[in-house]
Design a protein. Structure first.
Length: 219
């Protein structure tokens, strides 16, 4: 686990309004909702946004009566209109923490500046290794195995203007086993993600995440 440094960003509130951004099946969205139902976290998902109209995340959100929106830049006349619509939704639902869960688009710098230190992502490897543009999904696990690594894992980190670059909040290791395939490793890492993401959200609820000069530590 990598832990580093700053001042609390959520005041006295312990129950956060979460927005989940997802492009695919939404398995981490499900894990976060289950963590709320099981009492592991207090914060609720108040909004789901996807760039993919057919994503499982939107379908699951709808079945659970969570406001959900397909928001793609292709639907707007300009990038500015798209960003304004994005920010308007976040404001309407009074979002405290934006949680990327398999979201395949790089967020616009205006969104990142507006929600500085309030946007997190989970990556299926031990950053800073095996991160960056093109390192997503099965590509990550293929790269880990191809490099002959004995460990992989999952990382929760803050989001900045570059892929998988923001300060690390939590990490958990996963052993690479003899005979592993990318699919076998993916499944074990994903199970770890499902435990780690609620754990990270709980740290924000308890105001234990601190940041100073771009570095993070846990109280």
């Amino acid at each position: 686990m990598l832990i580093f440094a700053y001042n609390s960003i959520f005041g006295a509130s312990l129950v956060l309004k979460l927005c989940i951004l997802a492009s695919g099946r939404g398995s981490n969205l499900r894990a976060i909702i289950n963590a709320y139902k099981n009492g592991r976290i207090k914060s609720r998902v108040r909004l789901v946004i996807s760039n993919n109209s057919k994503s499982g995340a939107l379908s699951f959100a709808g079945k659970n009566n969570i406001p959900n929106f397909h928001l793609s830049q292709k639907l707007f006349n300009s990038e500015k209109e798209f960003v304004n619509a994005f920010l308007a939704l976040l404001k309407k639902y009074r979002i405290d923490l934006i949680v990327l869960a398999g979201y395949m688009k790089l967020l616009d710098p205006r969104i990142i500046r507006k929600y500085k230190n309030k946007i997190i992502n989970i990556h299926p490897a031990l950053l800073p290794e095996f991160g960056g543009k093109g390192m997503y999904g099965m590509h990550v696990h293929e790269a880990v195995l191809g490099a002959g690594e004995t460990e992989s894992g999952a990382t929760v980190h803050f989001v900045d203007e570059a892929y998988d670059h923001g300060a690390i909040i939590l990490q958990k290791k996963v052993k690479v086993k003899a005979g592993d395939t990318p699919e076998k490793l993916r499944k074990r890492v994903l199970r770890t993600e499902h435990r780690l993401y609620p754990e990270a959200i709980k740290l924000f609820e308890e105001k234990k995440v601190q940041v100073r000069k771009g570095r993070v530590f846990i109280k």
